[in-house]
Design a protein around this ligand. Structure first.
Ligand code: GLU
Length: 462
């Protein structure tokens, strides 16, 4: 069975880069009928991990992703880690190191002065004398001193590190007994039955150490997929300013889960030239072997484009439900359909759509001055009055086309161009010269409101 995991450190929110690896891990597990596990790496006990886990679960819920089973908290597994440390000590694969901080610093300084790689020198590796008094030992693992450490990576290929270049007998438990990062990650991945580790390539350099732990404990090594980082347009690592923020901030900005997930899956994976992927398609087509080998570029325009695509293609019923969070209760069926049909092409985000909707539904309280000067000349008032008279007299105004006919009648009867009615009417209805089709606007606000807005605009501007 394929078992993947997402293993965030509790930063209090789910970060966009984290979400991307979570999504890829989720897709691969689900595609294979496997499990997607969540582990909170809260060995730094100062941070509140339950809250962080909740923030992640909330974000997953918004996005429609869900982890399987219980959440694993590293902070609750000290006994497990202690047991494996004891096992390694017992088997002679780890040992107590009594070097003090001062001695370690001195060692490092000497190595630096001699232009040597800074590393632990193994002085306690084969120690069997009397330990120095008053020093709590750290536990170090016996790492290979030389020879290849091979990381078989599904994205980067086989990477061969030389132990003598990168390793020393690294600490697996500190003097206070607390286990270290690379040790617990390897133990947990093994005990949780993780078969494929999909994570950011900033962790690639940890992998040889984790392999040393796997081998010492006789655990099976999972498959690794190290996903290249997300870069900004300047080719630098994504920072908060570029959008590397809380995933829930994207909800606030009005993006839909569909758009965000589609955006993220393409940041690091591709399938030919295809840009649009539904969740079902992602699941069907995703394979970690196709993860891109180079960094991907975060591009807000692309996100906006995808977001617009999903809004445009969303059923109005669902859109109306999503607009409720902006205080918009679109009840009347016909009007809702006309309104959303006329606006959804123009909105990049749900927030945009809510604003556009509010602009239509609210009577303008001011009129754009330049637009008034341009569009509201004396003949404009005459045209508007003629149009109002027709609207007043009509009993069958429902659809945009009903209003459109009346506009046409005025144009024909007065022998004027369409702009002569379109511009002042737009100003009267919306307070400015931009916006969606006027016939739709009138059909949405209805006959009385149309008449009132015209009357109000004439009174305010003549
Ligand atoms: N906790 C690590 C992080 O948040 C991830 C560890 C891993 O995926 O192995 O960067």
């Amino acid at each position: 069975m394929v078992v993947t995991r997402f293993a965030p450190s509790p930063t209090g929110y789910l970060h966009i880069g984290g979400l991307r690896t979570a999504l890829l891990s989720y897709l691969w597990a689900k595609k294979n009928g496997g499990k997607f596990l969540l582990r909170i790496e809260d060995t730094d006990k100062a941070r509140n991990s339950e809250e962080a886990a909740q923030a992640i679960v909330n974000a997953f819920e918004w996005l429609g992703l869900a982890h399987d089973g219980e959440i694993t908290y590293q902070s609750k597994r000290d006994d497990i880690y202690a047991k494996y440390i004891q096992q390694l000590l017992h088997e002679g694969k780890a040992y107590r190191c009594y070097m003090t901080k001062e001695e370690l610093t001195e060692l490092r300084e000497t190595q630096m002065a001699n232009k040597q790689r800074t590393m632990y020198d193994g002085s306690y590796r084969d120690f069997n004398g009397t330990p120095p008094e008053g020093v709590e030992p750290a536990i170090r693992i016996k790492a290979p001193k030389s020879g290849p450490i091979v990381v078989k990576d599904g994205v980067k290929g086989t990477i061969t590190f030389q132990a003598e270049d990168i390793l020393d007998d690294f600490v697996i438990a500190r003097a206070d007994g607390s286990p270290t990062y690379n040790f617990v990650v390897a133990v947990d991945d093994a005990l949780m039955g993780v078969t494929e580790v999909i994570r950011g390539d900033d962790h690639l350099s940890n992998t040889p150490k984790q392999i040393v732990v796997y081998e010492a404990l006789g655990f099976e090594i999972p498959a690794f997929y190290h996903v290249p980082m997300i870069h900004n347009a300047e080719g630098k690592k994504l920072s908060k300013r570029d959008g590397a923020t809380d995933v829930m901030a994207y909800k606030e900005m009005g993006y839909t889960p569909e758009a965000l997930l589609n955006f993220l899956v393409r940041l690091g994976w591709s399938h030919g030239d295809q840009e649009i992927f539904s969740m079902e398609e992602m699941m069907e087509l995703f394979n970690p072997k196709d993860i891109n080998k180079s960094a991907s570029i975060y591009n807000t325009e692309k996100l906006d484009w995808l977001s617009g695509h999903y809004i445009k293609n969303m059923p109005n019923k669902k859109l109306a439900e999503l607009l409720e969070q902006y205080g918009l209760m679109l009840t009347s069926h016909d009007k809702k359909e006309i309104l959303l049909d006329s606006l959804k092409e123009r909105a990049k985000t749900l927030k945009d759509l809510a604003e556009l909707t509010k602009e239509i539904l609210a009577t303008p309280t001011s009129y754009d001055e330049k637009a008034v000067a341009k569009a509201f000349k004396a003949d404009a008032i005459e045209v508007l009055n003629a149009f109002s008279a027709k609207v007043s007299a009509s009993e069958t105004l429902h659809l945009p086309s009903d209003y459109h006919h009346l506009m046409e009648e005025v144009v024909n009867e007065m022998g004027i161009g369409f702009g002569k009615i379109g511009q002042p009417l737009r100003l009267a209805l919306l307070g400015k010269l931009s916006g969606p089709g006027l016939d739709s606007v009138m059909a949405i606000i209805g006959k009385n409101e149309t008449l009132q807005r015209i009357e109000h605009a004439i009174a305010a501007n003549s």
